[in-house]
Design a protein around this ligand. Structure first.
Ligand SMILES: Cc1cc2nc3c(=O)[nH]c(=O)nc-3n(C[C@H](O)[C@H](O)[C@H](O)COP(=O)(O)OP(=O)(O)OC[C@H]3O[C@@H](n4cnc5c(N)ncnc54)[C@H](O)[C@@H]3O)c2cc1C
Ligand code: FES
Length: 278
């Protein structure tokens, strides 16, 4: 019988070497990874990879760097359970497994010339950082850029150094808030929805990219609709339990949609009728 070769299959795990690790907050680390043999990952912002920690398991994680970096890529991982904690124990030089990239990300080519309103809540900044960095690398291709970032408290704020640079840019409107301030916090306190009225947008030419915990979606979308942003221009990334990443196991299914293949990025118009999505 002929040997079955699965070399480039979606099931084939590529070896990735951890080049560097940065502790971002108490529970989140940023990993820089290079594939064996200088292979390019090739991805779109908003896509994810299946990451294997050998002996612990495999999990979906969003790509957090810009695809414009061909040499290596980054993932930002919160220590949440078995596999993520095992990943947090690894050191630079250790090898992990990578499958993918998978899913539909943000349609960056279709967004050329449009204004963007990027809304990140908590760990939602991980995939949106990829999008933001891509947009900055190709700044002239986009119109006005607005970024809103909210998190629980100042200690949870990811990518602080970069955020301070984004704030200084003249070609970007950036605003952040925390749900609960601390005595040394001088920024805004309040839910992410409180930042939306302050953004100057032209709804017909503005596309929104929203990623955060499910609880923020309904109130944020309500606020955006009240500003007349069309439903099809609101892009949301959904998080579901995933096992295969390629539409086979059904773990990520919401009615007729597979989050791993049809998403994780959807436009609101296509999923608004799915109660389970929110
Ligand atoms: C498309 C996608 C992109 C993701 N991107 C990132 C990312 O960039 N950074 C990051 O830190 N995490 C991300 N996650 C979540 C990450 O996959 C889970 O935290 C991880 O699978 C937990 O595995 P574990 O073995 O460490 O935890 P477990 O021991 O399996 O579980 C710990 C806790 O996490 C919950 N959990 C497990 N899997 C998921 C999941 N898929 N979604 C939500 N909760 C889950 C469990 O219910 C449990 O409460 C993403 C998930 C998806 C589906
Ligand atoms: S993760 Fe298996 S079908 Fe989506």
């Amino acid at each position: 019988m002929d040997k079955i070769i699965l070399k480039d299959s979606a099931y084939c795990i590529k070896k990735g070497t951890i080049l560097g690790i940065k502790q971002l907050t108490e529970s989140e680390k940023l990993f820089e990874i290079a594939l064996e043999g200088s292979q390019r990952l090739g991805f779109e912002p908003g896509q994810f990879v299946m990451v294997s920690v050998f002996g612990a398991g495999e999990i979906p994680i969003s790509l957090s760097s810009s695809p414009t970096n061909n040499v290596s890529f980054e993932i930002c991982v919160r220590a949440a359970g078995k596999v993520t904690n095992a990943l947090h124990k690894l050191k630079a030089g250790d090898v992990i497994g990578i499958r993918g990239p998978f899913g539909k990300g943000f349609p960056v080519r279709m967004l050329g010339g449009k204004d963007l309103l990027i809304i990140a809540c908590g760990l939602g900044i991980a995939p949106l950082r990829s999008f933001i960095r891509y947009v900055f690398d190709n700044r002239k291709d986009f119109g006005k850029i607005n970024i809103l970032f909210g998190c629980r408290n100042p200690g949870n704020m990811l990518f602080l150094d970069e955020i301070n640079d984004w704030k200084k840019r003249k070609d970007v409107y950036f605003e952040s808030t925390v749900d609960c301030g601390t005595p040394d916090w001088t920024g805004k306190v309040g839910l992410i929805t409180t930042l939306i009225p302050g953004v100057n947008i032209e709804p017909e030419r503005t596309f929104v990219a929203l990623v955060g915990p499910p609880a923020v979606y309904k109130p944020v979308i309500k606020e955006l609709l009240s500003r007349n942003v069309p439903e099809r221009q609101i892009m949301i990334s959904l998080e579901r339990h995933m096992k295969c990443g390629v539409g086979k196991c059904g773990h990520c299914q919401i009615q007729n949609l597979y989050c791993c293949q049809d998403g994780p990025v959807f436009n609101y118009e296509e999923i608004k009728h799915l109660k389970e999505a929110f």
